[in-house]
Design a protein around this ligand. Structure first.
Ligand SMILES: [Zn+2]
Length: 690
């Protein structure tokens, strides 16, 4: 087996330290350039060493077609370099100048209702338009040529938060071409894959195919899936066109684009191979409707996706807010401690940066009240500024952690295409299908026990893991079941749930009994699935002396799968209703391994106890071998020799953790740590194992 590295080089070896900084929009302050000098003074005070520059600067860089003005950016790049600050230089395609939209309307996106938008907003260009591709490529080339040798240039930030889709005629044609290639130019093959005999939707000419529309086609699941795949493909093609001149002119400067967590519109797994480093924008609703620790494990899950996207390589926290997020319903301030805690959370899960949107608050427009390092008061004597400077000072002590990673023994499959298919499906409980929440609930017990986890898609290699978990694996693409079988045969433990093995990659149901291709490895047949109302509850009764040592009863809510154990052993049964006594939890011995099937939904105490038992049985690696109080997690990073442990307290109260005989060095205070340690409300410990 190919051994994955334990230590990666820094994002750019010319600055082998944690990056700390924010989106910087000096072109909004061109008419008061004294602000620029003040920015440089403040950046040093805030312990910032990097700024993302030029993300929305197209109108300043090319004020008229073909007339480029780099003077202001030259000044900024020089000032940054003189002050020891690096630039993550952006390409400006996220928002286009008015002249470009006016002269070439084809660059404007067409909505699903087939209405072409007017100029305005951002993130709303056509990804197919040859004009837009030509214009972005040209300005990217100019930027690369101009700054290729500039000492401030550290990395490329390509566009901004790619997203959305365009339904213009250029995109329709490109979609049809993409389909022709996928279906070998065979329309009959497409009709069969999309099951178009339904409602007499059979296509007899490629030109009859249209993207999904609110006033048109929306009922063909295969079409909906292929359209989403095409949108991902087309966006990547657009991105590759942007990246080409950068790679050609600056082959040693790493390229990234900022993702948006679990944004459903694009399958980020397809983007990852085209990028040198993954980055993402993180805006959790701290201090909101759910306890912070519950939000914390959901955010941790997303950090782990970003680390897993390039097989464990450290990622960048490209954006986060230093205080509040103005576009939320309630723009609540971060409570004392939360800024450092949420920043270090990213580092604990594999980020080598902490960056903000934005450096200085805009004076006007829709983001003028979004949290920023420098507020409208303009000086450093603010709570937020001090919080940011504190993060900077802490990061300066963490150099040995740069490039380190973690090699979890557990992986959870969270798959974008599976989500698309589940979201589109009609059935079960329409507003509580909850695929993401279910995956995060299966993740929670590991977070609570300080067991590191990778979050992967179903096409990833499973061979390095001891435990593979695939909640609601509704779609099973070709080859996946075979790889799961091999994983279990060779000694792995596999866990799946209700609503797995239902459809293939075209969203066509498997025939001959669910869970389709997973039937052999799970050793069960799912005959029907019951959906419950909120007031309905069933219970699951554990068999005495079950090998997991689980006892008593658990609630079953929302979904109860009615299964038959074929080769599997029954560990628990339903208590009531017409399926009382039928299996609710099974395990199938398969080769050297085991496959569990959880037939019912209980995202709470059952998962806590079930995975608690598996953590013990499989002796899964933990960041620190001790009991953690509720709301506290421990995460780890290592280079294979040195081990760094992060203990994070997400409750607004003091918590104690017993490190027993283990000895650590506190990387912030330099003190030796052993025995009981106390974490203040929202407190953080960053420890190196001695
Ligand atoms: Zn288009």
């Amino acid at each position: 087996m190919f051994m994955k590295p334990m230590k990666y080089p820094p994002i750019n070896p010319k600055f082998p330290h944690f990056l700390h900084g924010g989106d910087y929009n000096p072109d909004q302050w061109k008419h008061t350039p004294e602000v620029w000098d003040e920015d440089m003074r403040l950046m040093k005070l805030a312990h910032c060493n990097v700024m993302s520059v030029g993300i929305f600067s197209w109108a300043s860089l090319e004020p008229e077609e073909g007339k480029f003005e780099f003077g202001w950016l030259d000044t900024i790049m020089d000032k940054l370099a003189e002050n020891g600050v690096y630039a993550i230089l952006a390409t400006p395609s996220g928002a286009r100048p008015a002249w470009l939209a006016a002269k070439y309307p084809e660059v404007l996106r067409v909505l699903p209702n087939r209405v072409r938008i007017l100029f305005g907003g951002r993130h709303n260009h056509c990804y197919t338009s040859p004009v837009y591709r030509e214009k972005t490529r040209l300005i990217n080339q100019k930027l690369a040529e101009r700054y290729k040798d500039h000492p401030a240039l550290l990395a490329w930030h390509v566009s901004n938060e790619y997203g959305g889709e365009c339904h213009c005629e250029l995109c329709q044609q490109a979609f049809r071409e993409w389909l022709k290639k996928k279906y070998d130019n065979d329309l009959d093959k497409l009709n069969r894959a999309w099951w178009t005999g339904f409602w007499s939707h059979t296509y007899t000419d490629w030109d009859q195919i249209q993207s999904p529309a609110p006033h048109g086609e929306g009922s063909i699941h295969g079409l909906n899936l292929d359209w989403k795949r095409f949108v991902t493909h087309q966006t990547i093609e657009f991105m590759k066109n942007e990246i080409a001149p950068l790679r050609e002119i600056t082959p040693n400067v790493p390229v990234t684009t900022n993702f948006m967590g679990t944004y459903t519109g694009l399958n980020y797994w397809k983007f990852a191979p085209e990028l040198d480093v993954i980055s993402w924008d993180n805006y959790p609703r701290w201090h909101g409707e759910e306890p912070d620790w519950e939000l914390a494990y959901k955010v941790a899950f997303v950090h782990d996706i970003n680390r897993s996207l390039k097989g464990g390589k450290p990622f960048m926290l490209m954006e986060s807010t230093p205080s509040m997020t103005n576009w939320m319903k309630v723009a609540k301030l971060k409570r004392p401690g939360m800024h450092l805690l949420s920043s270090i959370q990213a580092v604990a899960h594999g980020s080598d940066t902490v960056q903000y949107f934005q450096w200085r608050k805009s004076r006007g427009c829709v983001e003028k009240f979004h949290g920023a390092v420098v507020d409208h008061c303009g000086h450093e004597n603010t709570r937020v500024f001090r919080d940011v400077a504190e993060v900077g000072k802490v990061l300066e002590k963490l150099d040995p952690i740069i490039g380190t990673t973690v090699r979890p023994e557990v992986a959870i499959i969270y798959d974008w295409e599976n989500r698309w298919a589940i979201d589109d499906m009609k059935g079960l409980i329409q507003d509580k299908k909850d695929y993401l929440l279910t995956c995060q609930s299966h993740y929670r017990p590991f977070w609570e026990n300080g067991v590191p986890v990778d979050v992967i898609d179903m096409d990833c290699d499973f061979s390095g893991y001891k435990l593979l978990i695939a909640p609601m694996l509704y779609m099973v693409r070709p080859g996946v079941a075979e790889r799961i079988e091999k994983f279990v045969e060779e000694g792995g433990t596999f866990v799946t749930t209700y609503w797995s093995g239902i459809v293939d990659e075209n969203d066509l149901c498997f025939l001959g009994g669910f869970p389709g291709p997973l039937r052999k490895v799970t050793g069960i047949w799912s005959e029907e699935i019951d959906a419950l109302y909120d007031h309905d509850v069933n219970h699951v009764v554990l068999k005495d002396d079950n090998p997991l040592g689980l006892k008593g009863e658990y609630e079953a809510r929302e979904l109860c799968d009615l299964i038959h154990a074929e080769t599997a052993e029954v560990l628990a049964t339903y208590k009531s209703d017409f399926y009382a006594g039928r299996p609710a939890l099974t395990v199938n011995s398969f080769g050297k391994g085991k496959a569990y099937y959880i037939a019912f939904r209980n995202n709470g105490d059952f998962l806590t106890d079930f995975y608690g038992a598996l953590i013990k049985e499989l002796n899964l690696k933990r960041a620190v071998d001790t009991e953690l109080p509720q709301g506290v997690t421990a995460q780890m990073r290592t280079d294979g020799e040195r081990v760094f442990v992060f203990i994070l307290n997400f409750v607004p109260e003091e918590r104690q953790v017993d490190l027993k005989e283990m000895r650590f060095k506190d990387m912030i205070t330099g003190e030796d740590v052993t025995g009981r340690v106390s974490l203040p409300p929202y407190g953080v410990k960053i420890l190196e194992r001695l």
